[in-house]
Design a protein around this ligand. Sequence first.
Ligand code: CU
Length: 110
Amino acid sequence: MLTKRNSLLVLLLILAGVALAVSQQPAAGANEIVIQNFAFEPATLTVKAGTKVTWVNRDDEPHTATATDKRFNSKTLENGERFSMKFSQPGIYKYYCALHPKMTGQIVVK
Ligand SMILES: [Cu+2]
């Protein structure tokens, strides 16, 4: 039989478990750009030359990662789909979503 005090303890343990589960939600990984709520996050990602960058679409809407100068272009990414690109040369790579051109971002390669 659970005493009142023990049930409170059980409740606290459950809440702690929930809090832990929430805090362990996958954050954007290193060198990963999450597309969410019609935005690239982070909008500016700085990496070293030779780094592979991955975009992942977390929106229900499809999006693309399309270089302004066309140096790269993902296909249309549906929810959960990924696109990766290795940046070998230093520079600033601006890109946008071809389906929603107001969505912009940039990769700064050092
Ligand atoms: Cu889009």
